[in-house]
Design a protein around this ligand. Structure first.
Ligand code: ADP
Length: 299
């Protein structure tokens, strides 16, 4: 196999990316030493004819528990309130937490061969593996090939009618499930979520490097659980320290889009399925950025 920095390499590679399912190929032939005749588009999953999506954005942290689902739910809520038609594809197949935030407990139905997404009270369309289970507490004990196939089905076979934005809550890690999502979904960009601890930043940086290797734009990084607010004097207490904007950019290579504090109100909104009742300023910058991207794509 030829030396190729964009390719993670695997033994027995024929160099024919078009017929290759192994996890060494980024699907980006422009950066690839092999001349296989395939292209990035060959890997992309096509939408069904009842669906149209203007913008596809991923939300990723790489590490569990950092707040990726919270940011996805909050961003979807705010974009929807700003007048955009929003969908969420819960790509965290083994740890789905999005339906709970929106109080969605019904199963998914199908019509005309397509899966119908649930619709939240604010009009957000949503699909999640939890909507396929008999009991929400049932675990999904699947090999990654099956997880990958459900993920692509959630894009291809769901009726995503006339969406401005589809947010994909991307699976954690940098393994083959993540690779499938990066190769299969036509991502216009990825929003990274991190937390101020060094350990988290190390894992998040790995994921950023993976997104870059796949040639997908990183829109920036949201820092979650940055501080707590003293209930008596409103002082912001940065438990894990507070990087300056410059230090932050040096660490991650991208702008800090926002800082969200530990906020008990957010926890209870999520736990009670009421995230759409959130009133506040978190993620305002990101909302403007996404609206601008959507407008540019409509031009
Ligand atoms: P991930 O998707 O990265 O695994 P989640 O978004 O599910 O993480 O968050 C994990 C838990 O932490 C959830 O119970 C969520 O409600 C809570 N949580 C996340 N961010 C905050 C925050 N800023 N303030 C309070 N609770 C939070």
């Amino acid at each position: 196999m030829e030396e190729n920095k964009k390719c993670y390499g695997s033994e027995g590679c024929s160099g024919d990316c078009s017929s290759c399912a192994h996890n060494s190929c980024s699907g980006d032939c422009s950066s690839c030493g092999h001349s296989c005749g395939g292209s990035k588009e060959d890997f992309l999953v096509k939408l069904n004819e009842k669906s149209s999506i203007k913008l596809v954005l991923g939300v990723l942290s790489g590490k569990g528990g950092v707040g990726k689902s919270l940011v996805t739910s909050l961003l979807a809520t705010k974009l929807s309130k700003a007048g955009l038609k929003v969908g969420i594809l819960d790509g965290d197949i083994t740890g789905p937490s999005i339906p709970k935030a929106f109080n969605i407990h019904e199963p998914a139905y199908q019509e005309g061969g397509l899966i119908l997404p649930a619709v939240t009270k604010g009009g957000i369309k949503l699909i999640s593996s939890n909507m396929l289970l008999e009991s929400e507490d049932d675990p999904i004990i699947w090999r990654s090939s099956l997880i990958c196939s459900l993920l692509t089905q959630f894009y291809r076979d769901v009726r995503w009618e006339k969406l401005d934005v589809l947010l994909i809550d991307l699976p954690p890690g940098t393994g083959d499930v993540s690779l499938t999502t990066f190769q299969s979904f036509p991502l216009d960009g990825v929003i990274m979520v991190t937390a101020p601890q060094d350990l988290v930043s190390m894992i998040v940086k790995k994921s950023i490097n993976m997104v870059e290797a796949m040639n997908i734009p990183v829109l920036g990084v949201v820092e979650n659980m940055s501080y707590v607010v003293c209930p008596n004097c409103d002082e912001k207490i940065y438990i894990y320290g507070n990087k300056s904007s410059l230090e932050f950019k040096q660490r991650y290579g991208y702008e800090r889009l926002d800082q969200i504090p530990f906020d008990g109100k957010l926890t209870s909104l999520i736990d009670n399925g009421q995230i759409e009742d959130y009133q506040g300023n978190y993620l305002d910058t990101l909302v403007d950025m996404v609206k601008e991207m959507r407008d540019l794509k409509y031009e």
